[in-house]
Design a protein around this ligand. Structure first.
Ligand SMILES: Cc1cc2nc3c(=O)[nH]c(=O)nc-3n(C[C@H](O)[C@H](O)[C@H](O)COP(=O)(O)O)c2cc1C
Length: 392
């Protein structure tokens, strides 16, 4: 092993950089400002609603939304095509779900103002196999809507990626409460059976190893790393790593995107080299960091739609936001586990397996799979300010 790699291994082992929990505890205040600004400063109803909608979840926190105001009371929602995940989400299904989360939050924020939102999905037609420059939705506001009780959970909503409390049981009643929150035609099911949970956990871990052990898909995540506060502030999306140890290792040139890239492009890179004790120290730690919480999972939920049109995907996102809010309102944490649902070749066997395990049949589409349980409090994730998402 070359000397510098020995050194890296030693430093990393000592610092436990990524596996250490406080990665998110030291978030950048600037990148979190949209969470404070939501509902303030704006008086124009669409802009006010937008200030909330940017708090929606999205895959890899890509925030793929762009908004164009139309007339006095409408807006067009577009996908920022540069914010897609071409390797892990080749048909833009997950990105469309993120746009659906944004849509639902916008609708709810309008309802808070007494405004009903009429949503027309893909008003100029559905793009396939990828999204294109056509609008994802036209949303028009008019007088007359009641506030949605789930809205009160918006500021506390998270995708909680921490280990969950294994002494607290999730019940069938909890699952039923989340299932009732769906209002856009998708259905939610889940399991609290420990045998089934264990089986799903095993496969989600295997899927994570496939994603990170496949060069192209690993590289997509690495390209989206924001390492240290300055990077997160400059580009408040993607996969954020902050905290004193991160800053220190980044400053010393040890924890950099290039160091990750070097490991991934090495000859023989793959699941085997990730598992080898001195194989790929940085990427292995990233995988460990991702897998550790999976082991502390008392329940799983999954969301299914009847088909897989773009409108179905958008509706799935609208309902996912509602499920996430309903979980928050019940004191529960959720954490999407999308690896098995990714549509690249190496994942195909697990993609088929998880459909069987969740009873997804025929033209039904498994849109989301997530861990569910009681988790520790976590800070909000970075966001681009609302005004940066408006186009002329
Ligand atoms: C369609 C979709 C898929 C997602 N898949 C994953 C996933 O596989 N793993 C993960 O850790 N988070 C996943 N997330 C959660 C995002 O990472 C999260 O929404 C984003 O980082 C913003 O954080 P927040 O939800 O706490 O605001 C997913 C979110 C959406 C909407």
């Amino acid at each position: 092993m070359p000397l510098h790699r020995r050194h890296v291994l030693k430093v990393i082992a000592g610092a436990a950089i990524i596996a250490a929990n406080p990665v998110r505890a030291q978030q950048s205040a600037k990148a979190q400002r949209p969470w404070l600004a939501a509902g303030s400063f704006e008086t124009e109803p669409r802009r006010l609603a937008l200030s909330w909608a940017v708090l929606a979840p999205s895959p890899h926190n890509r925030q793929p939304w762009l908004v164009k105001m139309q007339g006095d009371d409408s807006l067009l929602l577009f996908c920022d095509l540069d914010r897609r995940l071409p390797v892990t989400d080749p048909f833009n299904r997950q990105i469309t779900i993120g746009l659906g989360c944004f849509t639902e939050l916008l609708v709810m924020a309008a309802a808070q103002q007494g405004l009903a939102a009429n949503v027309v999905p893909f008003p100029e037609g559905e793009p396939h196999p990828q999204l294109d420059g056509r609008p994802v939705a036209r949303i028009s506001l008019s007088e007359g809507a009641a506030a949605d009780p789930l809205f009160s959970a918006v500021l506390d909503r998270r995708s909680n990626k921490e280990p969950y409390d294994m002494t607290r049981r999730v019940t069938q009643d909890n699952l039923a409460t989340l299932a009732r929150s769906c209002a856009n035609g998708t259905s939610l099911a889940g399991t609290v059976d420990q045998g089934e949970v264990e089986a799903l956990r095993t496969e989600t871990i295997a899927a994570m190893e496939i994603e990170m052990g496949t060069r192209e898909t690993a590289m997509e995540s690495v390209d989206l790393l924001r390492i240290g506060r300055a990077e997160v502030d400059a580009r408040p999306d993607g996969v954020d790593l902050t905290g004193p140890q991160i800053e220190d290792l980044a400053a010393r040139g040890i924890l950099t995107r290039d160091a990750f890239r070097q490991e991934i492009t090495q000859e023989g890179y793959g699941i085997k080299s990730l598992r080898a004790p001195d194989g790929n120290p940085l990427v292995s730690q990233m995988v460990d960091y991702a897998i550790r919480p999976m082991r502390a999972t008392p329940a799983y939920i999954w969301q299914v739609s009847n088909g897989n049109t773009r409108a179905d995907q958008l509706a799935a996102g609208r309902d996912w936001l509602r499920i996430n809010l309903a979980a928050t309102a019940s004191g529960l944490a959720v954490h999407p586990q999308s690896q098995m649902l990714q549509e690249f070749d190496a994942m195909a066997p697990l993609f088929r397996k998880v459909r069987t395990m969740t009873g997804t049949e025929g033209s039904q589409t498994l849109q989301m799979l997530a861990r569910l349980g009681y988790g520790p409090a976590v800070p909000p994730s970075p966001r681009w300010p609302a005004e940066t998402r408006i186009v002329d």
